[in-house]
Design a protein around this ligand. Structure first.
Ligand SMILES: *[C@@H]1O[C@H](CO)[C@@H](O)[C@H](O)[C@H]1NC(C)=O
Ligand SMILES: [Ca+2]
Ligand SMILES: [Ca+2]
Length: 218
C-alpha cells in the first residue's frame, strides 16, 4: 500500500495518471453543489484546498432511485482513495464538494448533472443524473505540486528542473522501492514528463510550467 501510494504520488507530480472520473466540461454555471455536513470534528486543521493530497472514502448514489453506483470501500481492498484536489482527477462537483473540508469530517454532497456526467451520462450513470456522494475525509496533506516537492527535485536550486535532476529524483524513488531498475521505463517516464510539462521546449521545467498551486513563493 505504501509503495503503491508513493509511486502514484510521484506520477501525479507530473500529471501522468489517466483520470478515472473525468466529468463533462460544461458552461452551465446556474446549478450548484449542495453540501450537508454530517459530522464536523472539533479540531479542523488543515482545511482542504486546491492542490492538496486527500485521503478519503466516498460512496456514490443516483439521486432519483438511491441506488449505489460507486463505493471506494469495495475497491483496492477497501483502502481509502488518494486524490489531488482541484486538478480534474474527479468530477467537478466532487472537487467543489470537497473544498474547505476538515480531516475527520463527513459530508453528503448533492451534485447536479452539469457538474457530474452531464446530458450523456457515463457507464453506470444515466443521462442527466443528479448524484449524491457520502464522503468521509481522513487526511489532508501537502499535494504533489508543492513548493517543497519542487525544491526537493531542484538540486542546484536554480528554480528550474533539468532532465538530470528529475532523473536523479526518479532513481532515488525507485531505489527506495527496492525494485530492480527498469531503465527503459525510467526513460519513458522522463520523456513523458518533458513532453507534458516543458511547454516552451527549452529542456527545463520552470516553476510556472510545474504549476505550483497556491502561488507560494519559492
Ligand atoms: C437531458 O437534458 C437535456 C437538457 O435539459 C435535454 O435536452 C435532454 O433531452 C435530456 N436527456 C434525457 C435522456 O433526458
Ligand atoms: Ca535545477
Ligand atoms: Ca521549459
Amino acid at each position: 500500500m505504501f509503495l503503491c501510494t508513493k509511486l502514484i504520488f510521484f506520477l501525479q507530480m507530473f500529471n501522468l495518471l489517466t483520470m478515472p472520473m473525468n466529468g463533462e466540461k460544461t458552461e452551465d454555471a446556474t446549478e450548484e453543489v449542495k453540501i450537508e455536513v454530517l459530522h464536523l470534528p472539533n479540531e479542523c486543521d488543515p482545511k482542504s484546498k486546491r492542490g492538496d493530497l486527500l485521503n478519503a472514502h466516498y460512496d456514490g448514489y443516483l439521486a432519483n432511485d438511491g441506488s449505489k453506483f460507486y463505493c471506494s470501500r469495495s475497491e483496492k481492498e477497501g483502502h481509502p482513495k488518494w486524490l489531488v484536489l482541484g486538478v480534474g482527477q474527479v468530477i467537478k462537483g466532487l472537487e467543489i464538494g470537497m473544498m474547505n473540508m476538515c480531516p475527520g469530517e463527513k459530508r453528503k454532497v448533492t451534485i447536479p448533472p452539469s457538474l457530474a456526467y452531464g446530458i450523456h451520462g457515463s457507464g453506470k450513470i444515466p443521462p442527466n443524473a443528479t448524484l449524491i456522494f457520502e464522503i468521509e475525509l481522513y487526511a489532508v496533506t501537502q499535494g504533489p505540486r508543492s513548493v517543497n516537492a519542487f525544491k526537493q527535485i531542484d538540486l542546484d536550486q536554480d528554480k528550474q528542473l533539468s532532465r538530470d535532476e528529475i532523473k536523479h529524483y526518479l532513481m532515488e524513488d525507485f531505489k527506495k522501492d527496492d525494485k530492480p531498475r527498469d531503465l527503459a521505463r525510467e526513460d519513458w517516464i522522463l520523456e513523458d514528463i518533458f513532453k507534458k510539462n516543458d511547454h516552451d521546449g527549452d529542456g527545463f521545467i520552470s516553476t510556472k510550467e510545474y504549476n505550483i498551486y497556491q502561488h507560494d513563493e519559492l
